[in-house]
Design a protein around this ligand. Structure first.
Ligand SMILES: NC(=O)c1ccc[n+]([C@@H]2O[C@H](COP(=O)([O-])OP(=O)(O)OC[C@H]3O[C@@H](n4cnc5c(N)ncnc54)[C@H](OP(=O)(O)O)[C@@H]3O)[C@@H](O)[C@H]2O)c1
Length: 269
């Protein structure tokens, strides 16, 4: 997917990873629609990078058609939909507060599905586009103290895996990004939960989960989109974990759809 001149709608644009993604995308000549809730930091980022700021609370799905309309009014149809906004919902299920489960499901899973549903018809009509989900290694592995977050990220990864099959032969692609801990405020908040902190400390002592640098993550994600890669796992040493998790799913997928899954057009014919 050529990013120069492409319209990228990026959610969570003001966060640790989002602001780096926005900067890297701008550097490659993308036309940006940037989304987060707080207008101040969002407008400052858009002014710095030359993109359009559309402040939106993504947990309210009623506002999503307006978001897509505003993005299209600024830059025309969306070429790349990059789902990056998320909330980590730290705590065991018995610890999380009223409303936190609904908010996490709405932001981390519901908004990406609904936004994708709204943007896909235009991508399909133009036979081009890319839907990117920033998921997490928590989609693949169980991190105690992060059950709600892990469930939403597993849902996002699963949705993109299904979408990838549905989109075969259409020219529209997906990229699933599953990343481990990044030096960030999100990780500091996660570290405040004793069970989660213990799990990450153990992973660190086993040297399986080095803490990633946000700039390097952003660069790798943008490279993956530009290189039409369906999947990116970071750190790279976690790739065997992703393969182990993926292997049984791949077997079942082949059983259900065949080695060369039918395209939508072929199934309709
Ligand atoms: N940090 C890590 O270690 C790590 C590890 C694995 C995966 N990830 C994934 O990477 C992505 C980015 O993480 P990050 O650390 O950069 O997060 P972050 O710094 O906490 O940023 C979150 C972004 O989402 C926006 N946001 C939050 N709630 C929103 C809402 N209701 N509606 C619209 N926007 C909202 C925030 O802006 P406002 O507050 O202004 O809305 C901000 O721009 C997430 O998907 C995360 O799950 C992160």
């Amino acid at each position: 997917m050529r990013l120069s001149g492409s319209h990228v709608l990026l959610t969570g644009a003001t966060g640790t990873i989002g602001s780096r993604l926005a900067a890297e995308l701008a550097l490659r000549g993308a036309r940006l629609t940037l989304v987060a809730r707080r207008p101040g930091p969002l407008e400052a980022l858009a002014a710095r990078l030359g993109g359009a700021a559309v402040p939106t609370d993504l947990t309210d799905t009623r506002g999503l058609p307006d978001l897509v309309a505003a993005a299209e009014a600024h830059h025309g149809p969306v070429d790349v939909l990059l789902h990056n906004a998320a909330v980590e919902t730290v705590g065991t299920l018995s610890e999380v507060r009223d409303g936190e489960v609904a908010d996490a499901v709405a932001l981390n899973l519901g908004a990406p599905l609904e936004l994708t549903r709204l943007v896909l018809p235009s991508m399909l009509a133009r036979r081009q586009g890319c839907v990117v989900g920033v998921s997490s290694l928590a989609a693949l592995a169980t991190f105690p103290g992060l059950s709600v977050y892990g469930a939403t990220k597993a849902g996002l990864s699963a949705a993109l895996a299904g979408l990838r099959i549905e989109l075969r032969g259409t020219g529209v692609r997906t990229t699933t990004v599953e990343i481990g801990p990044v030096a960030s405020e999100m990780m500091e908040r996660i570290g405040s939960q004793p069970l989660a902190a213990a799990a990450f400390a153990r992973a660190r002592s086993l040297r399986v989960l080095p803490v990633l640098d946000a700039d390097a993550v952003a660069l790798a994600v943008v490279d993956a989109v530009e290189g039409d890669r369906p999947r990116l796992t970071l750190p790279r040493r976690a790739a065997p974990l992703a393969s182990l998790t993926e292997a049984p799913r791949a077997v079942v997928r082949v059983a259900l759809t065949g080695l060369r899954p039918a395209t939508r057009d072929a199934v309709r014919a």
